[in-house]
Design a protein around this ligand. Structure first.
Ligand code: SF4
Length: 387
C-alpha cells in the first residue's frame, strides 16, 4: 500500500503512520519515497511535520518510544460518514501482554482519556444528532485503571446522564473487567445496549494459560451468566483464535463444547498467526495450517448455528431499530437496514427520512447475519424519552 501510494502520487509528500510504522520505523523509512514516519503517537503533529519537510526536504522519523507515553492523545472526531452511530475513543494501549498479541508494543501501555473530555465529546456528538455512542479503545474495558478514583462504571453512569443520548454500547470488554460495579450499571441504566463483546480467545484452560489470558473458562462462564441474569436477552459476541501453538484436537474439542454452552450470538473466528517478537511466535509446537483451517471452518459453522438460535426467539417481537442505510443488496427496493440494541441487523421496508431515528420494527424472520422485519412506527422525541 505504501509503495502503491508513492507510485500513484509521485509529487506527493508521503507520511506513514500507525502500528507498522510504530513497530518497524527503520524498515518503513527505508522504503524509497517515504518522507515522514509517525508512529501511534503524535499524529496531531502531522501538519507541522509536513511543513517542516517542505522547508527542509529531509526525511523525518518522528517515531518515539511508545512505552514511555503515559498521556492519552486527544483527537477530536466530531462527525462520522455514518450518521447513526458515533464512535468515541476512551482509552489507548494495553497492559496485558497476552502471548500472541503485538498491541502493547505498537500502542503502548494503557492510558485513559480524561472523564471531562469524554463527556464533552459525548455531548457534542449528541448535539450533532447521534442517538448511539459506541465506546471504543484498544482495551476499552480497562478504562479508568490508570485514573485515581474513577472507573469504567463511573463513566457509564456519567454518560447515562447525558440528555438526548439513547444508547451506550461498549465495543469490547474483557471478562475480568465485568465487575460488580459494571453489572450495577447494566441493571440500573436503560441506555446500556443489551450487547456485549467479550473476547474469549480459547475455550480450554490450558490454552488460555499459555495465551496468558486473565481468566479460566469457569470464570468467563460465571460472568456471562451474571449478565444473562440481569439482561436475559443480551447478545454476547466474542473473538476466538484457532490453532494457538500447542492446541491439540482434544483441547480444540473441549473449547468447542464450551463455546456451544455459552450460546454466543456470534463468534469472530481467526486462525492463529504469528506476530514477530511475541512469545507465542517463538513457541515450538505451532499448529499445521491445514489443521487450523479445518478448525476455523468448524467454528464458523457453530457460530452460524448459534446466530440463528439467538435470533429465532425474537420473531414476532417488536424491537427498536436505528436505520442506518438503504439495503446494499437492493438499494432501490425501499429496503433499509439497521441494528437493534441487541445487535440484530434487521432489513425492512422503510424510507430515507427514517435514517438515524429510533423506529419500531416487528421481526418476521430470523437469519444468520440479518433478520427480516416489518416497520411498525417511528418513535417521537417524547416517546423516545420514556422507552
Ligand atoms: S489481546 Fe487484548 S488484552 Fe491481550 S495484549 Fe492484546 S490488546 Fe491486550
Amino acid at each position: 500500500m505504501i509503495r502503491r501510494a508513492i507510485r500513484r502520487n509521485p509529487d506527493a509528500i508521503i507520511a506513514v503512520t500507525g502500528c507498522y510504522a510504530q513497530t518497524s520505523p527503520a524498515e518503513v523509512a527505508a522504503i524509497p519515497g517515504v518522507d515522514i514516519v509517525v508512529g501511534t503517537q503524535d499524529r496531531d503533529k502531522l501538519l507541522p511535520l509536513i511543513d517542516q519537510f517542505r522547508a527542509e526536504r529531509q526525511p523525518i522519523n518522528a517515531v518515539r518510544n511508545i512505552m514511555k507515553t503515559r498521556e492519552f492523545e486527544e483527537m477530536d472526531v466530531p462527525e462520522f460518514s455514518d450518521r447513526t452511530r458515533a464512535f468515541l475513543k476512551i482509552q489507548e494501549g494495553c497492559n496485558n501482554f497476552c502471548t500472541f498479541c503485538i498491541i502493547p508494543w505498537s500502542r503502548g501501555l494503557l492510558r485513559s482519556r480524561k472523564p471531562d473530555s469524554v463527556l464533552a465529546q459525548a455531548k457534542q456528538l449528541v448535539d450533532s444528532g447521534y442517538q448511539e455512542i459506541v465506546l471504543t479503545g484498544i482495551h476499552t474495558g480497562g478504562y479508568g485503571e490508570d485514573l485515581e478514583g474513577y472507573s469504567l462504571a463511573r463513566l457509564l453512569w456519567d454518560l447515562d446522564k447525558v440528555d438526548g443520548l439513547k444508547r451506550i454500547r461498549i465495543s469490547s470488554i474483557e471478562a475480568s473487567q465485568i465487575t460488580d460495579e459494571v453489572l450495577d450499571v447494566l441493571q440500573g441504566s436503560d441506555k446500556m445496549c443489551r450487547h456485549f463483546h467479550v473476547p474469549l480467545q480459547a475455550g480450554n484452560d490450558q490454552v488460555l494459560k499459555r495465551m496468558r489470558r486473565k481468566y479460566t473458562t469457569a470464570e468467563f462462564g460465571h460472568k456471562i451468566e451474571r449478565i444473562h441474569r440481569i439482561m436475559p436477552e443480551a447478545a454476547i459476541t466474542t473473538d476466538v483464535i484457532v490453532g494457538f501453538p500447542g492446541e491439540t484436537e482434544e483441547m480444540f474439542l473441549s473449547g468447542y463444547r464450551f463455546m456451544e454452552e455459552m450460546r454466543f450470538a456470534e463468534m469472530h473466528v481467526f486462525p492463529y498467526s504469528k506476530r514477530t517478537g511475541t512469545p507465542a511466535a517463538r513457541m515450538e509446537d505451532q499448529v499445521d495450517e491445514e489443521v487450523k483451517n479445518h478448525r476455523v471452518h468448524k467454528l464458523i459453522k457453530l457460530s452460524e448455528r448459534m446466530q440463528l438460535e439467538y435470533a429465532r426467539p425474537f420473531v414476532g417481537k417488536v424491537l427498536e431499530v436505528i436505520p442506518e442505510r438503504a439495503y446494499k443488496e437492493a438499494p432501490d427496493s425501499g429496503l433499509y437496514t439497521g441494528y437493534t440494541d441487541n445487535y440484530l441487523q434487521v432489513v425492512f421496508q422503510g424510507s430515507e427520512d427514517m435514517i438515524g431515528q429510533l423506529v419500531k420494527v416487528k421481526i418476521t424472520e430470523a437469519g444468520v447475519n440479518e433478520c427480516k422485519g416489518h416497520f411498525v412506527r417511528v418513535l417521537t422525541r417524547d416517546q423516545q424519552a420514556v422507552t
